[in-house]
Design a protein around this ligand. Structure first.
Ligand code: NCD
Length: 318
């Protein structure tokens, strides 16, 4: 059956970028683009999730991701239930599989899950009859962030991202955002560079289809976009950088380092930002160069697109 958006999409879950074909990605990005329009987002005609239940299960803290799934679900007409671990039985020692069995018995149509363990959403997907969306698992993947980043880049550079040179800078080792972004940007034909200290770039990163640099001056040369990442201290055991002050000196994005990139270069950050550690405030807040607010807007739109596509695939409308 033809889907309401004209492309086939037959995925039950959204667990990783690697599960998607190029047509799947085009479908999700087109739907995201469709939902960028606020009138479309808020129109009752778009309530494709009416009668469905979306459960947000976050085992790690989140502002943007959790709220944007909540807003996206509500704008599509779903009943949205937010479960944070602080209020759940996990605090009483329940295992992930027992939590899954309990949730399954309540028949949620879509479960959005964030967990500190890589693979937790995939495990839940095996146990649940509904759809599972990975909202970030350990250091593994964050596919909806990658899709919102691609949508943001398309809004700025146009639909064809082929040949766009983009540097992802900072703590690559602990970043699920980087792992998903690298895969998606490669699929879309971007030239991806990684910049960071050797302690924060995995030894096998040069096999990921990227070029690795350890200094901002050579790494940023000719870049169209610069994506800064947070030092993910909560995932580090021991110290990976001598001090935050020294880290900013070598890798923090300020005007002088941004000048190494193209004069037209734009700056991105998935948030939460640590101002003065990986990025200076004047760059983060400069609407001429910063796409950080646009990323948040794209986040709601792409999550509406993802929920829409999964819901139609559940209903066999694809
Ligand atoms: C990221 C995450 O949680 O992986 N944030 C996000 O989803 N917007 C990046 C981070 O925590 O630094």
């Amino acid at each position: 059956m033809a889907s309401s958006y004209g492309y086939p999409f037959e995925q039950q879950h959204c667990l990783s970028i690697s599960q998607f074909s190029r047509p799947d990605i085009e479908t999700l990005l087109s739907l995201g683009e469709h939902y960028l329009n606020l009138d479309v987002q808020k129109s009752p005609d778009n309530a494709v999730l009416t009668g469905k239940t979306l459960v947000n299960l976050f085992f790690e803290n989140s502002t943007r991701t959790q709220k944007s799934f909540e807003i996206a679900g509500r704008r599509l007409g779903a009943d949205v239930i937010n479960m944070s671990v602080a209020q759940s039985s996990v605090k009483k020692g329940e295992t992930l599989l027992d939590t899954a069995a309990t949730l399954n018995a309540m028949n949620p149509d879509i479960l959005v899950v964030r967990h500190s363990a890589s693979g937790a959403p995939a495990l839940l997907a095996q146990k649940l009859s509904g759809s599972v969306v990975n909202a970030g698992d350990g250091m593994h993947e964050h596919p909806t962030q990658a899709l919102l980043d691609a949508l943001t880049l398309r809004r700025h550079f146009g639909k064809d991202l082929g040949g766009i040179r983009i540097a992802i800078c900072g703590d690559i080792t602990h970043s699920r955002v980087a792992r998903s972004d690298i895969q998606l940007l490669n699929i879309l034909g971007c030239e991806v560079r990684l910049i960071g200290p050797p302690t924060l770039i995995p030894a096998d990163a040069d096999r990921w289809g990227v070029e690795v640099f350890h200094d901002m001056e050579t790494g940023l040369d000719g870049c169209d976009a610069v994506m800064m990442l947070r030092l993910q201290l909560e995932r580090m055991s021991g110290a990976f950088v001598p001090s935050k002050r020294e880290y900013f000196h070598f890798y923090g994005l300020d005007r002088s380092k941004l000048a190494f990139a193209k004069p037209s270069a734009v700056v991105m950050h998935p948030g939460p930002m640590n101002r003065g550690v990986e990025i200076s405030s004047d760059i983060a807040d400069d609407p001429e160069v910063s796409l950080i607010t646009a990323q948040v807007e794209s986040g709601v739109a792409i999550r509406m697109g993802i929920l829409h596509a999964l819901s139609e695939a559940q209903d066999g409308i694809s």
